[in-house]
Design a protein around this ligand. Structure first.
Ligand code: NAD
Length: 513
């Protein structure tokens, strides 16, 4: 690992061997137990983080609430200027942070850099937005009245994130929350706590340089019980939670019980429809990257290929051939296409899925398996697998967070493929490969894909900052990042001003005294 410069990266990011996992800014403390972070790349201990106790959490909430009182009074464009500086710091530290993401999470170095680039992009987006937090003006039905709406900061935004995007998801939320005038408390995944420490250090440097108060960016660490501090806390008006559907159902109910708002970004079961008019070369690139990129651990990873029977054999052969060229190994080595899974629990889930698909009547056409020997000592490296299956198999209905691709066959009209695509509980990302305008438009129409993301001649994986990101059904319905996703981080107020000496009532109601 030394040869990939990990120690140097950790130093540049201010990540120590043992870190306080609770931070309100320059003030770091922690009285909880220790969390060890092992790299899935080589199994080595990278560092430790002390977790957040309930008492620590109370201190965080106090600092966050105090900071909010100051931060909300800064004009939004001034808050944007701080986010601009934060984006610049990310530019400076892109390489070490990208490296840590790769080493702690296991995605390729290129994808680690890509994740940091997403953080930079959302900062740029947020800076522009800080001058555009528009409300509408409406015509009042009453004479001499003016009516308009404005958006105000909400308060403390709680962010709970998943391991697979250990830095970008935090930035998607914080960049928009900060320009909105909110303060943030982040609980990163317990599987990637050092990425959390590194990001907090970067943010803190900017807030400190600008003499801003403690508490605008806070960090807490630990397992789900630490996340629960926030979901049950009325002082947190918005909880943004990214992770499994199982987690989302628990979080949504806890937040709803106190009538708080939640923004949920949960699991996907994403499919590409391959029609007889598809460009096969593009289909292969889109499907293979979608299925094996990040070792199948993206929420938008391609899990299902729904192929027309007229071209089924041709597509199957092309994909199987492409899989033979995949190189699996250390993700910091840019020769490799596929890195490890996050941990050995994920490896067991992968093995169970392969067993289950066969039990249910599926056929493995690319066998898969766990890799052993030199370079694979962490026990987290698996071979991407492909199975021919049926959409109603229980295992196909389920998101297995690993590189397992299911081939499903359809015949006749594209409507049949759309029915299969929509025939799962998740609704995140979807795609169609076709040069047929009618099929493409049908797929995008009201009778088409029921997902939050629907692409034509692009795979399911990856998205740009400018669009709103998220999914329907059990994916949770939340939207983050671009478009008008910022609105959830603010509270909307409708204002009516009477500039006459009369007091007419709405709806023409008479009330004479
Ligand atoms: P996970 O659900 O195990 O954990 C996610 C986070 O939730 C962690 O920080 C965890 O500590 C916390 N958590 C778990 N239970 C909680 C509870 N009861 N209360 C409060 N916090 C709780 O997910 P994971 O394994 O880290 O990530 C993989 C999952 O995330 C996949 O399903 C993937 O599709 C999904 N994901 C979705 C998106 C999206 O934008 N839709 C993005 C990334 C990942």
């Amino acid at each position: 690992v030394q040869e990939f410069g990990i120690q140097e990266a950790l130093k540049k990011l201010g990540v120590e061997a043992i870190n306080n996992g609770t931070s309100t800014g320059s003030n770091n403390f922690s009285s909880g137990g220790e969390l060890s972070s092992y790299s899935p790349v080589d199994g080595a201990l990278i560092g430790k983080v002390r977790t957040t106790s309930k008492e620590d959490y109370e201190k965080v909430m106090e600092a966050a609430n105090n900071a909010f009182k100051i931060w909300r009074t800064k004009p939004a464009p001034q808050r944007g200027e701080i986010v601009r500086q934060f984006g610049d710091k990310l530019r400076e530290l892109k390489e070490p942070l990208g490296k840590l993401v790769s080493y702690e999470m296991g995605k390729s170095y290129q994808e680690g850099l890509g994740e940091v680039q997403e953080m930079i992009d959302i900062c740029d987006f947020a800076v522009g937005l800080s001058r555009q937090l528009h409300g509408l003006t409406m015509h009042s039905e009453r004479p001499g009245h003016r009516m308009y709406e404005q958006y105000h900061p909400l308060g403390v935004v709680g962010i709970i994130s998943a391991f697979n995007f250990p830095v970008a998801v935090w930035a998607w939320n914080t960049a928009l929350a900060w320009i909105s005038g909110d303060v943030c408390v982040w609980k990163p995944s317990e599987k990637t706590p050092l990425c959390g420490v590194a990001c907090q250090n970067i943010a803190v440097a900017v807030f400190k340089e600008n003499n801003l108060p403690e508490g605008i960016s806070c960090l807490i660490n630990g397992d789900y019980t630490v996340g629960e501090f926030m979901t049950h806390d009325k002082r947190v008006p918005l909880v943004s939670a990214t992770g499994s559907i199982r987690m989302g159902k628990i979080v949504a109910q806890a937040v709803a019980a106190r009538l708080g708002k939640s923004l949920l970004e949960l699991g996907g079961n994403n499919a590409i429809i391959v029609t007889p008019d598809a460009d096969i070369k593009m289909t292969v690139i889109g499907a293979v990257f979608g299925a094996v990129g990040t070792a199948g651990q993206r929420c938008t990873s391609t899990r299902r290929l729904i192929i027309h029977d007229a071209i089924y054999d041709k597509v199957k052969e092309a994909i199987v051939t492409a899989y033979k060229q995949l190189r699996i190994g250390n993700p910091l080595d840019q020769k490799n296409h596929v890195g490890p899974l996050i941990d050995t629990d994920a490896v067991s889930m992968y093995q169970k899925a392969l067993k289950k698909v066969v039990e249910e009547g599926g056929k493995l056409i690319v066998e898969g398996g766990v890799l052993e020997g030199a370079g694979y000592e962490s026990g987290c490296y698996v071979k991407p697998a492909i199975a021919e299956a049926n959409n109603n198999f229980e295992i196909v209905q389920h998101e297995t967070f690993a590189p397992v691709l299911y081939l499903l066959k359809y015949s006749g009209d594209v409507e049949n493929a759309i029915a299969i695509q929509n025939g799962v509980v998740q609704g995140l990302s979807s795609a169609i490969m076709t040069n047929n305008l009618r099929e493409a438009e049908r797929f995008l129409s009201a009778q088409g894909s029921d997902c939050g993301i629907a692409n034509v001649n692009i795979g399911t994986s990856g998205a740009e900052i400018g669009g709103a990101f998220g999914g329907e059904k059990e994916t949770g319905g939340g939207r983050e990042s671009g478009s008008d996703a910022w609105k959830i981080y603010m509270r909307r107020q409708t204002n009516t001003i009477n500039y006459t000496t009369d007091l007419p009532l709405a709806q023409g109601i008479k009330f004479d005294l």
